[in-house]
Design a protein around this ligand. Structure first.
Ligand code: BGC
Length: 739
């Protein structure tokens, strides 16, 4: 038995029997640990890591470089018995006071709580979070997840998805923050900041260009460096800068030839050197494909098993193929992140969360995230005292609201609403409906109205009920998940036909969308109202009913364009791989690449539709309110940072909050799409009230990335600033010359 396996066997025995056999010495050990020099919290995380890494044996170092297994994704280590039940577990070094790392997925809430007999709150999905454009909401979103992770015994999160929606049919669009790098990066940064403030190790993923799920372990994404730096990578850069997140998960796919997890350009040149990222890079689950190449490229940690970073890493160090200094850097980054995030000084304590408070937070965030897309003749909000009858139709809206699947899936407390009671544990890619009933919430808001439900399975029956009611509210859903992409942006299961039939029967039809991506709406002109509720989370129905009946005045704006059809997307179809037999050994060895080319380059989302002059259904940044706003008095003050000031006025009769948006058109010679978002501010306004808004623009947001100089560069010339309430409603315009 070699030293590495002996240490593991000993650790295994301690793990199984240690606590029971050695209570007194464990106490003594704790005292000893406290007095170790690296436990001095007045030293910096780097100083502390330097001190402790020096004390580690090679076996101990290697222990920190990999996980302990996950069925189906590599061999299981016997040490995984100490896992907390999450996606990953890294064995600690008790002798040196370094705890294990207990890792859980936590995109819109903590995953796998059902099989562990625990509770998690489901927040609205991540795209919904971005639709709030609200920095405090994003922080609260992260803080809730951080608290619930700790209460369940986890000290690291896998969340913070920020791949840009170049391809809105990507099955993980709901896990990301939309199509604009500045909005997405800022929001994910706030979310991670909130999470890390609870003392968990934060993680931003999937770095980078993981924009489709089809063939994700094989696809090679071809894209030029400038486009990457100014769009997809910029979102990560801003997110990391805004949060100091300690970990970055590299993606499954290849980028310009190399797997993301062995891509020196991404991991070392950009992330570690240019952005000076001090944390560690971990592979997506099964995303490591080599030892020496990955290590030299900058991958610090393999998950979930030890195929390349266990014994093979040890041999590579001993034979000189991987320098010890490289391993020391990996370990340093991991340990410094543990000190920096507080998981060593303030380890998680299992506890019961404040369920009611967390549900209230989930509801409030959804109230800030529901986008009012259409409101003909101000039909909304409904006046509960005047509506005599309401038809509630479709999408299981009698019992629940749908959620997004895959590793983001939160188990539904109360069970899957469309299954027999007690199904509060989910299986991979099951369609999960959270038991938050729109029907009941609508009934509660309109107690004197006659509210009836129709499943929508027979459009004729639904239309008959709609015809006999004052108002029809039709629910439509589009499920999506990790591991799949949407074939198109059309609503599935003939829901377009259902909506058209209902709208034909009653012009007072309001459509509520529960979708993870934009959808096309052939019926948009026939209905009087449209609300995008996304995947609304544990309290989706209550939030929605409060918007429908006007307790809440909508404020959210689209973080992603809703195009008119699939034909208008940059790519008519997602490139799919040839069928490949699976198995982790085959994936680990590396699958043959197939190619996709993002030749739309800089033109992501609204930048594409602007540049190609394609009309859209609902533009980026768009969202209505029950009041109206006007804009005036734009002034630009060039200094180190350009300051944009303007006045926004509530011209309606209700209090509201307007998300004011600032875009810039760069000089012609910059060779950019027509305009880019450079700032925004959410402004609370009473009826008739005006406020002056001042937004400072970060200089980088006005620059282009010069690949030859490998640096951001401001192109001298005329910059036009455009201000208003959506990317296509920008009443204020002013230019200045910048040098
Ligand atoms: C997903 C990651 C996730 C990991 C662990 C992978 O399949 O791509 O987002 O964090 O599994 O569950």
């Amino acid at each position: 038995m070699n030293l590495h396996s002996r240490t593991k066997t000993l650790a295994f025995l301690i793990a199984i029997f240690g606590v029971a056999l050695l209570p007194a010495s464990a106490q003594a050990g704790r005292e000893q640990v406290k007095s170790m020099p690296w436990m001095n919290a007045s030293l910096s995380p780097d100083e502390r890591a330097d001190l402790v890494v020096k004390e580690m044996t090679l076996d101990e170092k290697i222990t920190l470089l990999h996980g302990t297994g996950m069925r189906g994704l590599g061999p299981m280590s016997p040490l995984s018995v100490n896992s907390n039940g999450g996606a990953g577990y890294v064995v600690g070094i008790p002798r040196l006071g370094i705890p294990g790392i207990q890792i859980s997925d936590a995109a819109y809430g903590v995953r796998s709580s059902g099989e562990n007999g625990r509770y998690s709150t489901a927040l609205p999905d991540n795209l919904a979070g971005a639709a709030s454009w609200d920095l405090d909401a994003a922080y609260q979103y992260g803080a809730l997840i951080g608290r619930e992770l700790r209460a369940q015994g986890y000290n690291m999160t896998l969340g913070g998805g920020v791949d840009l929606a170049r391809e809105p049919r990507n099955g993980r669009t709901f896990e990301y923050m939309g199509e604009d790098p500045i909005l997405a990066g800022t929001m994910v940064g706030q979310l991670m900041k909130g999470e890390q403030a609870q003392h968990v190790i934060g993680d931003i993923k999937h770095y980078a260009m993981n924009d489709q799920e089809s063939g994700r372990n094989a696809v090679n994404v071809n894209i030029d460096k400038r486009s990457m730096r100014e769009s997809d990578l910029l979102a990560f850069e801003i997110g990391l800068r805004g949060s100091d997140a300690s970990a970055v998960m590299c993606a499954y796919n290849r980028v310009n030839g190399d797997y993301a997890c062995e891509n020196k350009y991404l991991l070392t040149d950009v992330l570690k050197k240019d952005w000076k990222f001090p944390g560690f890079v971990l592979s997506d689950w099964g995303g490591t494909h080599s030892t020496a190449k990955a290590s030299a490229a900058g991958l610090d940690h393999e998950e979930p098993a030890e195929i390349f970073y266990g014994e093979p890493m040890k041999k590579a160090v001993e034979s000189g193929k991987v320098p010890m200094a490289e391993v020391d850097d990996h370990v340093h980054r991991i340990v410094r992140s543990m000190f920096a995030s507080g998981v060593i000084d303030d380890p998680p304590q299992k506890s019961v969360v404040d369920v009611e408070a967390d549900l209230a937070t989930a509801q409030k965030i959804e109230e800030q995230s529901i986008v009012l897309l259409k409101n003909e003749h101000s039909r909304l909000p409904l006046d509960a005292s005047k509506v005599a009858s309401i038809a509630v139709i479709g999408a299981h809206s009698d019992v629940g609201m749908i959620s997004g699947g895959g590793s983001a899936q939160v188990d539904p407390p109360g069970g899957n609403a469309i299954m027999p009671p007690g199904q509060g544990r989910t299986t991979w890619q099951a369609h999960i409906w959270f038991p938050t009933s729109p029907l009941r919430s609508i009934m509660a808001e309109a107690p004197s109205a006659h509210v009836q439900y129709d499943s929508g399975t027979d459009p004729a029956l639904a239309a008959a009920l709609a015809k006999a009611s004052d108002v029809a509210i039709v629910f439509a859903s589009q499920w999506e998940s990790e591991g799949m992409d949407l074939d198109s942006l059309s609503l599935p299961d003939h829901q377009d036909d259902l909506i058209a039939a209902v709208a034909a029967a009653n012009p007072q039809t309001i459509v509520v969308l529960e979708t993870g991506s934009p959808v096309t709406m052939p019926w948009a002109d026939q209905v009087s109202g449209i609300l995008e509720a996304w995947y609304g989370g544990s309290r989706g129905a209550q939030a929605l009913a409060r918007v429908i009946f006007g307790d809440v005045n909508p404020t959210a704006k689209l973080p992603i364009t809703f195009p008119r059809s699939d034909e208008d997307l940059p790519h008519r179809n997602i490139v799919k791989p040839p069928p490949l037999p699976g198995g982790w050994k085959r994936v680990a060895a590396g699958l043959p690449a197939f190619q996709t080319t993002y030749d739309e380059g800089l033109k992501v989302g609204y930048k594409w539709y602007d540049a190609e002059k394609k009309p859209v259904l609902f533009p980026f940044g768009y969202g209505l309110s029950y009041t109206t706003y006007s804009y005036s008095n734009l002034k630009l003050m060039p200094a180190d940072k350009v300051q944009v000031t303007f006045t926004v006025t509530n011209t309606g009769s209700r209090a509201g909050a307007e998300i004011t948006e600032v875009y810039t058109a760069l000089p012609e010679s910059a060779g950019e799409p027509p305009k880019r978002l450079v700032g925004w501010s959410k402004v609370n306004l009473n009826p008739g009230e005006s406020k002056e808004v001042a937004i400072e623009v970060v200089p980088e947001y006005l620059s282009i990335f010069n690949v030859d100089k490998d640096a951001w560069q401001l192109i001298p010339g005329d910059y036009t600033f455009l201000v208003g309430g959506s990317s296509q409603s920008l009443p204020l315009k002013e230019s200045i010359n910048l040098k």
